[in-house]
Design a protein around this ligand. Structure first.
Ligand code: NAP
Length: 297
């Protein structure tokens, strides 16, 4: 049995992709769950299907727990249910950005804690409809020592989904690569309320991107994430912005839907890291504050 904590877009994608009967959602501690979660699943290719996913019952011991809550909800969500599971149960974190994964690994080091970086895309245009909007790859790797031994088992369990999964020992490095791209695209799309490609010609982007990339380069070097010049980072950010030019970033979507963004785990994480390492990060701070202000009004 594979258990999923967080029945949102990504959780529902995994639940729909894994073999039925092998997957269940985990209810909040105070929640009295109904019979099952039902929704329509529109796959990337092929016809829509109806999905029924049961709730995990008290006697069920999952082989792995997939955590698909937003980064800001993750620690509390796990804290509410982790006592139900044996210590050897692997916990696999799917959050974007950084900060939440390290907090979970530091709090529960006795658990095999793993993290995933995925380029799958899922959304819910209606509450009862899950759309697999884009197929991609998912890399899974260990965040705690005990997780290293469970990596292949977890990857094998996930392979039953038919999605493309890769074991990745250097998962932190991969999460960093995604972080710098997100840091250079997402806040601009939220502040300018535009699709990814449109940020490139804006005054806000043009006035700040070189200084942002300088901050990112310094932070990566100081964190042992390798030497990347600001110019190389800018090139990577702009390549992705052009490739995904018509896409709406998750941060822009969160603002448009009145939801809390994950800015504290993207530019906010980088600003805090700068403070800890004695590196100035005025652009990351400015972007964080301005995006935070968007969600509080
Ligand atoms: P989402 O649709 O908002 O789903 C999060 C779900 O977690 C919601 O259903 C939420 O319920 C639930 N939740 C919150 N607190 C909980 C708790 N204490 N116990 C149980 N469930 C709880 O977000 P998402 O798009 O699936 O994204 C989840 C994470 O995956 C994010 O970090 C995101 O960046 C990352 N990610 C998503 C995608 C994607 O395509 N969607 C791709 C890559 C990475 P309520 O709505 O009732 O609060």
């Amino acid at each position: 049995m594979i258990a999923i904590l967080g029945a949102g877009s990504l959780g529902r994608l995994w639940a729909a992709s894994l073999p039925s009967g092998r997957v269940a959602f985990i209810a909040r501690p105070a929640e009295l769950p109904g019979a099952s979660i039902r929704y329509r699943f529109r796959p990337f290719n092929g016809p829509e299907t109806d999905i029924h996913v049961p709730w995990l019952t008290a006697g069920d011991i999952p082989e792995v727990v997939l955590v698909t809550t937003k980064a800001g909800d993750t620690f509390e969500a796990i804290a509410g249910v982790i006592d139900r599971f044996p210590r050897q149960t692997p916990i696999l974190l799917f959050q974007n950005g950084l900060g939440s994964q390290q907090r979970v690994a530091a709090r529960w080091p006795e658990h095999p804690v793993l993290a995933a970086s995925t380029t799958e895309g899922a959304n819910r245009p209606e509450p009862d409809l899950l759309v697999h909007a884009g197929t991609g790859d998912t890399w899974v790797g260990p965040m705690t020592e005990s997780a290293g031994h469970q990596l292949n088992t977890v990857v094998e369990l996930l392979n039953a989904s038919g999605l493309t999964i890769h074991p990745e020992q250097a998962i932190l490095q991969r999460l960093w690569q995604k972080l710098v791209i997100n840091a250079g695209i997402n806040p601009y799309t939220a502040l300018l309320d535009c699709p990814n490609g449109d940020i490139l010609a804006s005054a806000l982007y043009q006035d700040t991107i070189d200084r942002l990339c300088h901050e990112l380069s310094e932070l990566m070097r100081a964190s042992g994430q390798g030497e990347q010049t600001p110019e190389a980072l800018r090139h990577q950010i702009e390549t992705v912005a052009r490739k995904t030019a018509r896409n709406t970033s998750s941060m822009r979507a969160d603002v448009l839907n009145g939801r809390t963004t994950e800015i504290n785990f993207i530019n906010g994480y980088l600003a805090k890291l700068g403070k800890d390492l004695g590196i100035q990060t005025p652009v990351n701070q400015m972007l964080t504050q301005r995006v935070q202000q968007l969600s509080t009004h």
